[in-house]
Design a protein around this ligand. Structure first.
Ligand code: PMT
Length: 229
């Protein structure tokens, strides 16, 4: 079921007194002192969400992976590098009224970080890296004793967007999930524009395509509606 309540303008004090925690950007998982496994997230989507929540009067804490973006005015920023550091920073920033997980957290990290730069070995054309799962920060927040009233995940999918997004909504016990199509020439990573479909149990809302700042404002409007409901 689509809903029709999008588009109502909200006052700049709508989220006054609310604490909104946002994660943004990639995580970098170190292999050795000079190499890492990363991804294409620029942080633009999450930073735009943080700015939009601040514009509606919220106290905003932004946990940022390694990105090259200025901190939105009035937002408290905590910089991290790895999934493990993001995990510690996000859980340490609770309690919050809402958590918005826009970060592209690495699902796997090298089992061990080499102390020295890994050298090529004569006679071997391959290098095998053993990767282990990282903690699922979003699922942990959703199951936490200090669970925010609203837990909002993102889903970056290359195909079957609704099926995978709704799976994450249910499996991670989220209130909302904002899905975007990524890969190839699609939106999502790096670009200044994006399109989201936000799913919840029994409903959905299309946001954009538009500039990430506009899409973020619409997402924060939906969050404000849910927090007031
Ligand atoms: O940063 P930009 O360049 O602006 O790009 C924006 C974006 C594409 C990164 C953003 O819109 C987006 O989709 N973010 C989520 C990317 C992602 O990692 O999705 P996922 O489907 O793999 O993860 C699902 C959810 O679980 C996400 O909310 C993620 O933050 C969270 N997660 C994933 C793994 C993990 N170990 N811990 C998590 O919390």
């Amino acid at each position: 079921m689509s809903d029709a309540s999008a588009g109502k303008a909200l006052a700049a004090s709508t989220l006054a007194g609310k604490r909104v925690l946002v994660s943004a950007g990639p995580t970098f998982e170190d292999i050795d002192p000079v190499r890492f496994v990363g991804n294409r997230s620029s942080g633009k989507m999450g930073f735009a969400v943080a700015a939009a929540a601040r514009a509606l009067g919220a106290e905003v804490v932004l946990v940022a992976g390694p990105v090259h973006l200025d901190t939105p005015d009035g937002v408290t920023r905590i910089d991290v590098r790895s999934a493990a550091q993001m995990h510690t920073a996000v859980l340490g920033a609770l309690p919050a009224d809402a958590y918005v997980a826009a970060a592209a957290v690495a699902d796997f990290t090298p089992r061990r970080v080499s102390e020295h730069k890994i050298k090529k070995t004569a006679g071997s054309d391959t290098l095998v890296l053993e990767l282990v799962r990282t903690p699922d920060i979003l699922a942990e927040v959703a199951a936490h004793a200090r669970r925010p009233a609203l837990v909002v995940g993102f889903a970056a999918e290359t195909h079957e967007v609704e099926r995978y997004a709704r799976g994450k909504l249910a499996n991670k016990r989220l209130d909302l999930i904002a899905a975007n199509l990524v890969g190839g020439a699609q939106g999502g990573f790096e670009r200044d524009d994006n399109a989201l479909v936000v799913y919840w149990e029994g409903g959905e809302r299309q946001l954009g395509p538009a500039a990430k700042t506009e899409v973020a404002a619409q997402l924060v409007q939906l969050i404000a509606e849910r927090l007031q409901a």
